[in-house]
Design a protein around this ligand. Structure first.
Ligand code: ARG
Length: 272
């Protein structure tokens, strides 16, 4: 009941504000100058930018208990925070399934996406990317005991391979003849299946696979499948925001911030 009253109050307030805004612009001869001109201006006017991310990919973005509180962290989260800081706005994190991050962006649930998302021709049909800020690629993670027989894509024939739904890793794995693909909403679930021998291998980004191999010593990176570059993702035609973020990324690359974050979170890049 209380909540309904608060909502009603909010509605009344926003109506009053709209009416007020209308009157003001009327006084100025109906100039539309007060409406923010583009998405970047809207973000600045709102004082916050909403990040879409799938926080299941350590060390890029993941959950961690910090001072007893469930927190989303990771090197890309710190990079997103640095971008928001440079734009002069607060960062709000909206967690989503990796598979629907671009749909959530396009339905304006989020303003931009950072989620170890590889710059990919298919995705470019429905979204725009920044310049690359990290060079990675897909690798195959396996149990040490089985890694010997896994040396190239063809050796996945007859194997069950865990992948994240909607990822480039899924795409790569589906191209392997004779492999059975098991897709997961959350990447971590694929790793759990590998640990408990429900899949023979998992496809992941190099730094993520290395990270798991470090925490679970019976896992190892068996071989590399592809090279990829990561980009920040925007709605198609959101050029002002994309250009502003490109300029910030160039600065963060230039002044060593990104390198420091990669080092802090041990997000090693594969040899190029
Ligand atoms: N780099 C891969 C891709 O773009 C996987 C990224 C998964 N990211 C995540 N936060 N779970 O498809």
């Amino acid at each position: 009941m209380k909540q309904i009253r608060i909502m009603a109050l909010g509605l009344a307030l926003s109506l009053a504000l709209t009416a007020c805004g209308g009157a003001q612009s009327g006084q100025k001869g109906n100039k539309q100058s007060e409406a923010p001109a583009n998405h970047l201006e809207q973000i600045k006017a709102a004082g916050k930018i909403v990040l879409g991310t799938s926080a299941d990919y350590p060390p890029f973005e993941y959950h961690e208990i910090v001072n007893g509180k469930d927190t989303i962290t990771g090197w890309e989260i710190e990079m997103a925070q640095a971008i928001a800081d440079k734009l002069g706005v607060a960062l709000e994190i909206k967690e989503g399934k990796f598979e629907t991050l671009i749909a959530d962006l396009n339905t304006e649930k989020t303003d931009f996406v950072i989620s170890a998302m590889s710059i990919d021709e298919d995705r470019k049909q429905s979204a725009d990317f920044s310049e690359p800020y990290f060079h990675g690629g897909q690798v195959v993670l396996a149990k040490k005991a089985n890694a010997g027989e896994l040396k190239d894509a063809a050796s996945l024939n007859g194997k069950t391979v865990g992948v994240q739904l909607g990822s480039t890793g899924e795409e790569a794995a589906r191209e392997v003849e004779g492999a059975t693909i098991k897709s997961f909403d959350a990447f971590e679930a694929a790793v759990l299946d590998l640990i408990s021998d429900r899949v023979d291998a998992v496809v992941a980004d190099y730094a993520v696979a290395q990270n798991y191999a470090k925490s679970y010593t019976d896992l190892v990176v068996a071989f590399e499948l592809s090279k990829e570059d990561y980009g920040v993702v925007f709605r198609k035609g959101d050029d002002e925001l994309r250009e502003a973020v490109n300029a910030i990324l160039a600065e963060l690359l230039e002044n060593g911030t990104i390198d420091q974050l990669i080092a802090k979170y041990e997000a090693a890049a594969p040899a190029q």
